[in-house]
Design a protein around this ligand. Structure first.
Ligand code: PBG
Length: 326
């Protein structure tokens, strides 16, 4: 009881605060998302995401060397093809945009962990994450295409395949096809608890993946559900997922915590585009401090229980950490 107990004693100096800090974060736990476009010599800013760019394969070498030099663990690749079709065939084309980018990165920065996002939405002309019948996304006909996409990325050098489509049964199908093609050594990071979220807005700009009609509520999770997230995680682990993800991060810290307590595999959280851009937007107006808000949001995700974080702040965080020696 006060006055014997005074918690402020341990907050008196920076050294004391540092000594008793419970949660730390390093860039070795961060993954940086990369948007890969077709063509040559392309390096273009994404209007809705300050500081984020889209790269053609030939422009990736310098970028990934920098990411690697900063001590960031790896990159997560998204492809934006110029031609889209009903079945998203660019996703599993051996010479598709992600496959070419993977080969470039493998050579330029061999020490990075290469994660390929496995989904069809950037590659379909209707913008949905699977086979679309004009009304609904068909689950089972989508599965073989996702498996083919994972195999194409593995063949191009991906270490980890990360399905983000939210079809039921996709982890088992991806595992089966990877194993059948001799890629039993590649890991699956499933977006197990991916919510139908308003916070993906800026990404859909960057990736040109807004559905032409309808929305994704028929396959992505309802924001009200936490128990269901644990069920999704359990199902994906039963199907062979090596790691699982919760997405978005900040509005779902309780889900990250619950996931941490319910399973023993590595858990990732995705600090999505809207989370990133709203911090930038508020900082641009002078309403919050960008660096502090960045560090605090990332730390909270870690404190909730995430082992790794996928974030557009990865490079800024790493530069900042170098500067302050954290
Ligand atoms: C593809 C996918 C999306 C994101 C990651 N993979 C978009 C979506 O589901 O609409 C969002 C990432 C972000 O907002 O940063 N299915």
């Amino acid at each position: 009881m006060f006055p014997e107990h005074r918690p402020r004693r341990l907050r008196r100096t920076p050294a004391l605060r540092d000594l008793v800090r419970e949660t730390r974060l390093s860039q070795a736990s961060l993954i940086y998302p990369l948007f890969c476009v077709e063509g040559e010599g392309v390096r273009e800013p994404v209007a809705s995401m300050p500081g984020v760019e889209r790269f053609s394969a030939d422009m990736l070498s310098d970028e990934v060397k920098e990411i690697s030099d900063l001590g960031i663990a790896g990159v997560l690749l998204f492809g934006i093809p110029t031609d889209k079709d009903a079945l998203g065939s660019g996703a599993y084309d051996p010479d598709g945009v992600v496959q070419r980018s993977l080969r470039t990165i493998r050579d330029a920065a061999p020490e990075l962990v290469l994660i390929a996002d496995v989904c069809l939405c950037e590659y379909t002309d209707h913008g949905h994450c699977g086979v679309f019948d004009g009304n609904d996304v068909r689950n089972d006909p989508t599965l073989p295409l996702l498996g083919k996409t994972a195999v194409a990325a593995a063949r191009a050098g991906a270490d980890v395949l990360a399905p983000s489509d939210m079809m039921d049964g996709r982890v088992a199908e991806i595992r089966r096809q990877l194993d059948a093609e001799g890629f039993e050594d590649r890991a699956i990071l499933s977006y197990a608890a991916k919510y139908a979220s308003a916070f993906y807005g800026p990404f859909r700009d960057a990736a040109e993946s807004t559905p032409e009609t309808g929305d994704r509520q028929g396959y992505q999770m309802d924001p009200g559900n936490a128990r269901e997230a644990l069920r999704e995680i359990r199902m994906d682990l039963d199907e062979g997922a090596d790691m699982v993800m919760v997405k978005p991060a900040l509005p779902y810290l309780d889900v990250i915590r619950a996931a941490r307590e319910s399973c023993d595999v590595p858990i990732f959280a995705y600090q999505v585009s809207g989370e990133y851009s709203m911090i930038h937007a508020a900082a641009e107006r002078g309403w919050i401090d960008l660096e502090r808000a960045m560090r605090e949001s990332l730390l909270s995700i870690r404190r909730a229980g995430a082992d790794g974080i996928i974030t557009y702040f990865a490079k800024d965080f790493a530069r900042d950490a170098r500067r302050v020696g954290g």
